[in-house]
Design a protein around this ligand. Structure first.
Ligand SMILES: [Zn+2]
Length: 147
């Protein structure tokens, strides 16, 4: 399984999980890779080393917790707003993530945005079944509300 650091044209960074690099290229060419924050399909692969974030990993060396309200148009401010938007639009299914994602994929549950935790094994199984899995590195301020 490949965990790739991706970024959309709006600068939203996220991680995409794919069966292989070839799998990523195929999905990218088919317009199937879209930013989980804004839906943009102009995705580029970043060259930084892949990092697995299952919802409990710490972002690298944040100098201070991100303020709850960021009103400037700094990258952090845009990122916070986008993440908050995604959180508002998605349902937190916790550790049922893999089961819910599968149900939606097979039409047993309504298609909707979900977030939650998945083990690496679960994520791999989902990818093998052709289900897209993305991981968002969350700012520490938002992480607390997730746990
Ligand atoms: Zn985006």
């Amino acid at each position: 399984m490949k965990v790739l650091n991706l970024q959309c044209a709006h600068g939203h960074g996220f991680e995409g999980w794919f069966a292989s690099n070839g799998d990523f290229e195929t999905q990218l060419a088919g317009g199937l890779v879209s930013c989980p924050l804004c839906g943009d399909t102009a995705i580029t692969k970043l060259l930084t080393a892949p990092r697995l974030n299952l919802g409990n990993a710490k972002p690298p060396a944040e100098p201070a917790p991100v303020p709850a309200v960021v009103q400037s148009d700094s990258p952090e401010g845009r990122w916070m707003r986008a993440v908050r938007e995604v959180m508002a639009k998605t349902e937190d299914v916790g550790d049922r993530f893999a089961a819910e994602a599968r149900k939606m994929h097979y039409g047993e549950a309504e298609e909707r945005g979900i977030r939650g935790q998945a083990t690496r094994e679960e994520a791999k199984d989902l990818i093998d079944e052709g289900i897209s899995v993305f991981s968002l590195p969350l700012p520490p301020a938002l992480k607390e509300t997730l746990q």
